[in-house]
Design a protein around this ligand. Structure first.
Ligand code: ATR
Length: 271
C-alpha cells in the first residue's frame, strides 16, 4: 500500500483525504492518503520523516507551499513559474519532484467541468498574490486573446505581468483602471475570504461573461452574487480543489480519475 498525505496548518478541515480516497476507489489503486500537521516553522522534519518512512507523495497546503518549493530536488516548469509547490512526488531515482497543480486544476474546472472557454477569450484575473501567480502560466497556455491582471495595489499587478512577459502578453492595472468587456473574470484575490467585494466596474464584464471565484463555501461569495446580478454565469472554486487533486493523483499514479462524481459528493457535503 503506497502512502500519501496532505500537509498544512491548520489541517483538520482538509477535504483532500476524502477526494483522494474516492479517486483511489474509483481507479482501484492500492494506496492510502492521510493528513499531516506541522508547526509553522516545522515543515522540514515532518516531511523528512514522512519520506524516510516510505511515503510516496505529498500535497502541500497553506502555509507551506514556499517551504515545499525550497524542499523539492527538481521543479516542473509550472511550479517554477508559480513560485510555489502543492505536490511532491517521489521519483524512481529517489529524488522529489515539486509540481504545482493549482493552475491546471483551475483551467480544467473552467474548460472541462463548466464548459467555459479560455482560448481566444478576453480574460481578467483579480489579485496579484500567490494564487494569481500560480495560474498565469496554465492560463497563458490556453492562448486567451487577452490576459489582464488587476490588483488593489497596481504595482504588484504590473510586477507580475513583467515577471511573465517571457511566456506571453499580459497587461496589468489597478482595480480602478480595468479595461472594458472581459469574457471571463477570475477572482484570485483574497477579498472573498473576508466577505468583501473587489471594487470593480460593471463595465469590466462583457455581455454573457463568465465569473469564477477561487474560494468555495456553502454560500456564493459577494463577487459571485455581484456578477450574477449583472447577468454573468458564475462558479465558485470547489471544482478547482477537485481538479488540482486529480492532477496530483495523475502525476503520482499515472491514471486520471473522474472528477464529476467527487465534485457532486463534496457539493452535497457543503450544503
Ligand atoms: P494569495 O496567496 O491567496 O494570493 P496573498 O499573496 O496574500 O494571498 O494575496 C492576496 C491578494 O488579494 C492580493 O492581491 C491583495 O491585494 P493587495 O496586493 O492590494 O493587498 C488581494 N486582496 C485582499 N483583500 C482584498 C480586498 N478586500 N479587495 C481587493 N483585493 C484584495
Amino acid at each position: 500500500t503506497d502512502r500519501y498525505a496532505v500537509i498544512g496548518n491548520p489541517i483538520k478541515q482538509s477535504m483532500s483525504p476524502d477526494i483522494h480516497g474516492a479517486f483511489a476507489r474509483e481507479t482501484a489503486q492500492d494506496m492510502e492518503y492521510g493528513k499531516l500537521f506541522a508547526e509553522v516553522d516545522g515543515f522540514k522534519p515532518v516531511v523528512d520523516k514522512f519520506f524516510a518512512d516510505g511515503g510516496k507523495g505529498l500535497n502541500i497546503t497553506a502555509p507551506f507551499k514556499l517551504d515545499a518549493f525550497d524542499y523539492a530536488d527538481s521543479l516542473s516548469e509550472r511550479a517554477r513559474t508559480a513560485g510555489a509547490v502543492n505536490t511532491l512526488a517521489l521519483q524512481n531515482d529517489g529524488t522529489l519532484l515539486g509540481d504545482n497543480t493549482d493552475g491546471p486544476g483551475l483551467v480544467s474546472d473552467i474548460v472541462n467541468n463548466l464548459g467555459w472557454k479560455i482560448a481566444g477569450q478576453k480574460v481578467l484575473v483579480l489579485g496579484a498574490g500567490g494564487a494569481t501567480r500560480g495560474t498565469l502560466l496554465p492560463l497563458l497556455k490556453q492562448q486567451p486573446a487577452q490576459l489582464h491582471i488587476a490588483n488593489r495595489t497596481a504595482h504588484k499587478a504590473q510586477q507580475l505581468a513583467e515577471d511573465f512577459s517571457g511566456y506571453g502578453a499580459i497587461t496589468a492595472s489597478g482595480l480602478d483602471a480595468v479595461p472594458e468587456g472581459f469574457d471571463l473574470v477570475i477572482n484570485a484575490s483574497a477579498a472573498s475570504l473576508s466577505g468583501e467585494l473587489p471594487p470593480l466596474s460593471p463595465r469590466a464584464l462583457a455581455e454573457g461573461c463568465c465569473a469564477y471565484d477561487m474560494v468555495y463555501g456553502a454560500q456564493p461569495t459577494p463577487f459571485m452574487r455581484w456578477a450574477a446580478e449583472l447577468g454573468a454565469e458564475v462558479s465558485d472554486g470547489l471544482g478547482m480543489l477537485v481538479g488540482q487533486a486529480a492532477e496530483s493523483f495523475a502525476l503520482w499514479r499515472g491514471v486520471r480519475p473522474q472528477v464529476a462524481p467527487v465534485l457532486t459528493m463534496l457539493r452535497d457535503r457543503l450544503r
